[in-house]
Design a binder for this molecule. Structure first.
Ligand SMILES: [Mg+2]
Length: 187
């Protein structure tokens, strides 16, 4: 059995679509998935962090509630939950804990613990997470530098990340394969 940490946005669910929809409405621009080459989507709109925070404060709840899981994410997570310890590790702010948990319930995603933390390396270390599944380039680099394995969920902005501790998955069936491979090393 492994302890698996699982990110939500752009790992379990398609946050990009929800953010594009919202940011397009606010800005009047019409960006699409083809334009997304930056982990920090708001920068594509020429916004600074303060503008991003203002928009997120107003629409964060709707963005999180309206996002949809990636294909096979729910099915694979249900399988993993039977065999492993599952901790949701998301950098969403505490104010979104309720909508996040309600969303997980809506899509019948089971987990043992949930952490809303920005410092994922520290969280994974102190909670004994064996492997983190995430899409963020900076988390992948931080954990890999600390020799902690990461399954990097492929997104346009993380293609250049390469490290012995970083395993790639382009979809949830590939996540399952990588977990099974890692699991055989843990036994
Ligand atoms: Mg993410």
């Amino acid at each position: 059995m492994m302890h698996i940490g699982i990110d939500l946005d752009n790992t379990v669910l398609d946050a990009t679509s929800a953010y594009l929809h919202c940011y397009n409405k606010v800005s009047g621009l019409e960006l699409t998935h083809k334009d997304v080459n930056d982990f920090y989507l708001y920068r594509l709109y020429g916004w600074d962090k303060a503008k991003r925070d203002e928009v997120y404060d107003s629409f964060g709840h709707d963005i999180h509630w309206g996002s949809l899981p990636f294909p096979m994410a729910v099915e694979v997570l249900q399988e993993l939950f039977k065999q492993h310890q599952i901790t949701i590790v998301t950098a969403r702010p505490q104010q979104y804990q309720n909508v996040t948990m309600a969303w997980l319930e809506k899509f019948q995603i089971d987990y043992h613990h949930i952490l809303l933390v920005e410092d994922k390396l520290q969280a994974c270390t102190s909670y004994g997470v064996d492997v983190l599944i995430d899409d963020a380039p900076h988390y992948a680099e931080e954990l890999a530098a600390a020799q902690r394995p990461v399954i990097l969920f492929e997104q346009p902005y993380n293609l250049s990340i390469a490290n012995d501790y970083v395993y790639r998955a382009a979809n949830w069936l590939e996540v399952k394969k990588q977990i099974d491979l890692l699991g055989s090393k843990f036994i």
